[in-house]
Design a protein around this ligand. Structure first.
Ligand code: ADP
Ligand code: MG
Length: 243
């Protein structure tokens, strides 16, 4: 049984048909990217999985149980990190699962230190840069009790160098704290660098047009971007998006 199964999902807003017969699955501890053009319905997929929207037809199963219309079954990190400005960094990361125990607190502090935020544990969000805020939001998602974490284009607003730093950081932290991740992006390179598997969407109304199992060994580093094999994969995925 897959960890997450999406079957025959259809969703529209009035005349605007957004998803049409969408099918995919995510296995436990897998990192899967959904790659699709802007406006193809990627955020809509997350809103359906997160229970904020309900589909017209289809099933969404988490460990075999339906989660349609149920909020709170997944850990979610939105496009812009929603941190509470009046709380400290530490209070913000502990918020997700309403974790209070000393063990959770110690783990949070350890993760914040590893994320280079050791000096900012008691700081307020407005003292942080964009990249730092995202690391805080991501650690909050990692600490949440939900087994599936959904990330919606978390790095798209960052400049190129910060984005690369964040991607490397994400790989290293997941190497240490393995989780199941569903990641949305419109960047082929980002999907290839991070994922175990890539699901390619058609333009709206979206369905799955191709699926790629990424062969690159972990741990990965940025030299991968220059390898012939990487460029070859980038080209195939590019053409699958153009179809
Ligand atoms: P993506 O994340 O791939 O850029 P979205 O899922 O945000 O795409 O949007 C896909 C389509 O669905 C767009 O045409 C958008 O206008 C429409 N849409 C998304 N959410 C809503 C909503 N809550 N109400 C009405 N239309 C929506
Ligand atoms: Mg979106």
């Amino acid at each position: 049984m897959s960890h997450l199964t999406v079957r025959h999902l259809t969703k529209g807003f009035g005349q605007n048909k957004v998803l049409s017969d969408l099918n995919f699955s995510v296995e436990k501890e897998e990192f899967v990217s959904i790659l699709g053009p802007s406006g193809s319905g990627k955020s809509t997929i997350f809103n359906l999985i997160g229970g904020i929207l309900t589909p017209e037809t289809g099933e969404i199963l988490l460990d075999g149980e339906t989660i349609i219309g149920k909020r709170g079954s997944i850990g979610f990190m939105p496009q812009t990190p929603a941190l509470l400005p009046w709380r400290t960094v530490l209070q913000n990361v502990l918020l997700g699962g309403e974790l209070q125990g000393e063990k959770d607190r110690d783990k949070a502090v350890e993760m914040l230190k590893k994320a280079g935020l050791g000096d900012y544990i008691q700081a307020r969000p407005d003292e942080l840069s964009g990249g730092m805020k995202q690391r805080v939001a991501f650690i909050r998602a990692l600490l949440s009790p939900q087994s599936l974490i959904c990330l919606d284009e978390p790095f798209s607003a960052l400049d190129e160098l910060t984005r690369l730093e964040m991607q490397k950081w994400l790989l290293s932290i997941l190497g240490e704290y393995r989780r199941t991740v569903l990641f949305v992006t419109h960047s082929i390179e980002e999907a290839l660098f991070l994922s175990d598997r890539i699901i390619v969407l058609s333009p709206k109304p979206a369905h799955v047009t191709a699926e790629f199992t990424v062969p690159f060994k972990r741990p990965r580093n940025e030299s991968l971007f220059l390898e012939e094999e990487f460029l070859k994969w980038k080209r195939s995925i590019y053409f699958s998006l153009k179809k």
